[in-house]
Design a protein. Structure first.
Length: 244
C-alpha cells in the first residue's frame, strides 16, 4: 500500500531572504509552471487532438488523486497509476500505458515545442551547468566556484529530458533530472526530496526547493525538512492580482 505518512501542513509564515538562501548546498527546481509558464497547457493538449479530450481530463483527475502517494518503486507506482487510469477510461492497464507513452507524452512534447518557451535565463543557466562550468553574462563558459550549489529538476510527469528539449533546453551534465520513474512517488511525498538531497551530498536543511505550487512543491519541501521559494507564475499570478 502507498503511504502518506509524515505529511504535515506547510506553515503560512514568511522567512527572510537571508534565512532562505544561507548555507544552501542544493537547489531543486520544479519543472511545470516553474521553468516555463504552463498556463493553458490542457487547452493546447486537447486542441492538438480533440478526440482525446475525456482521456486527458481523466488523466489529470487520476494524477491529482495520486498526489502525495509513495509506492516505494517505479513499477508499483505505474502499475497502480495505469490500473486507475485504465479503469476510468474503460481500457486495460496495458492499453492505456501504451497510449500514454506512445501518444500522449510525445504529443505533450510537440505542444511544448509549438506553444511554450522557458522562463528568461533558464536555458542559459541549465545548459551552462556542466560538471565544472557555468555561463557568464557574455555567454562564455567560466569556472564554477567550489561551493556552487548542486542543481536538480524534479517533475511529477515522465519524459523530463524530452520535455526540456522540446523547450530547446539541453541541460548540462551537472543538472540532475528526476520524475516519477525515479522514485515511484508523487509530490508532496517527502521521500523523493530526501533522496535528491542525498544524491547531492546535502542535508535536507541545506536544500532550497523552487516551485509554483505550495500544495505539492512547498508541502513536499516542508515535510522533507527543506526550504521553499514560491514562484508565482501564469494563472496563479493572475488570481493573486484579482484578489481584493
Amino acid at each position: 500500500m502507498p503511504e502518506k505518512s509524515g505529511m504535515r501542513e506547510a506553515p503560512a509564515e514568511r522567512i527572510s531572504s537571508r534565512a532562505l538562501l544561507g548555507n544552501i548546498r542544493g537547489i531543486i527546481f520544479d519543472f511545470d509552471g516553474t521553468l516555463f509558464d504552463n498556463a493553458r497547457l490542457p487547452f493546447h493538449l486537447i486542441a492538438a487532438f480533440p478526440p482525446d479530450v475525456f482521456r486527458i481530463w481523466r488523466e489529470r483527475r487520476a494524477r491529482k488523486s495520486f498526489e502525495g502517494r509513495d509506492f516505494a518503486s517505479p513499477d508499483a507506482y505505474y502499475d497502480a497509476f495505469f490500473a486507475a487510469l485504465g479503469k476510468a477510461c474503460l481500457r486495460s492497464p496495458e492499453r492505456i500505458r501504451d497510449w500514454y507513452f506512445r501518444r500522449y507524452m510525445p504529443r505533450m512534447c510537440r505542444v511544448l515545442e509549438k506553444h511554450y518557451r522557458p522562463m528568461p535565463g533558464v536555458k542559459e543557466f541549465l545548459e551552462g551547468l556542466g560538471e565544472s562550468a557555468a555561463v557568464s553574462q557574455d555567454g562564455t563558459a567560466r569556472k564554477l566556484p567550489a561551493d556552487f550549489p548542486a542543481v536538480a529538476v524534479y517533475s511529477d510527469y515522465p519524459c523530463l529530458r524530452e520535455r526540456l528539449r522540446a523547450l530547446d533546453v539541453n541541460p548540462g551534465r551537472g543538472v540532475r533530472l528526476y520524475s516519477p520513474e525515479s522514485f515511484g512517488a508523487q509530490k508532496p511525498a517527502p521521500r523523493p526530496f530526501r533522496e535528491i538531497a542525498g544524491d547531492m551530498g546535502a542535508q535536507p536543511e541545506e536544500v532550497l526547493v523552487i516551485g509554483d505550487r505550495e500544495d505539492t512543491d512547498g508541502l513536499g519541501a516542508y515535510n522533507a525538512g527543506m526550504r521553499f521559494f514560491h514562484l508565482i507564475t501564469g494563472r496563479r499570478k493572475k488570481r493573486r492580482s484579482q484578489q481584493p
